[in-house]
Design a binder for this molecule. Structure first.
Ligand SMILES: [Zn+2]
Length: 212
């Protein structure tokens, strides 16, 4: 199975949109889509704002290179999310400023690094467990992400960035923006003793999402 022109164009378009919104500066971040047992991912060391559709990297879900350029060294993080969430067909890993800033704070809840400040975080992200720091591209980081991703589609990587999976590219775009905006709000609220949504309000929202 391979990836058609539309799928490639959609991935290039989202990469450019994330770059234009300042969510993936320089040559950081990577983006992928899955079809069956294959992953189409951004190549290593490229700018997400200027992707070439025909040079995107095709790999099996086990990480064997099939065609295109050499994949991002963070392919192993994408593999972990696809393994745990077979309903998901799109994954993004970003070094977006506010998410990275939060990932460096002490005393984060390892089960959910960001509190539920607004209903939208509960509906679009859910939970954001924390993966401990390990060298980018290392097996140790993949192991940490594998553990954190077992029960959540989105993960915050200590001193590094965010990782998110979704059933569609559009859903992925919404989730990564929600993580970044919630991280920004969380930082703005530091020292202000804010009220967050409680368990009852969150459960009510999640029931509504399931019915919708
Ligand atoms: Zn990274």
């Amino acid at each position: 199975m391979s990836f058609d022109d539309k799928t490639r164009a959609d991935l290039v378009e989202l990469g450019a949109a994330l770059y234009d919104r300042g969510l993936t500066p320089g040559r950081t971040g990577n983006l992928s889509v899955r079809s069956g047992d294959e992953i189409l991912i951004t190549p290593t060391n490229v700018c997400m704002g200027r992707l070439d559709a025909q040079r995107l990297s095709v790999n099996t879900i086990d990480g064997t290179h099939v065609s295109g350029d050499k994949p991002s060294k963070e392919l192993i993080l994408h593999q972990a999310l696809y393994r745990h969430h077979p309903e998901c067909t799109a994954v993004a890993h970003l070094h977006s400023t506010y998410a990275v800033a939060v990932s460096c704070l002490p005393d984060l809840d390892p089960d959910n690094a960001l509190p539920t400040i607004t209903p939208y975080f509960a509906m679009r992200v859910g939970r954001l467990p924390l993966a401990d720091y390990a060298r980018p591209g290392s097996d140790d980081l993949a192991t940490e992400v594998d553990r954190a991703a077992a029960e959540a589609r989105c993960v915050l990587l200590r001193n590094h960035g965010s990782l998110a999976a979704a059933p569609t590219l559009e859903g992925l775009s919404i989730a990564v923006e929600e993580i970044e905006e919630t991280a920004r709000l969380f930082l703005l609220l530091q020292g202000h003793n804010p009220q967050y949504l409680g368990e009852q309000a969150i459960n009510e929202l999640l029931e509504g999402t399931e019915k919708a």
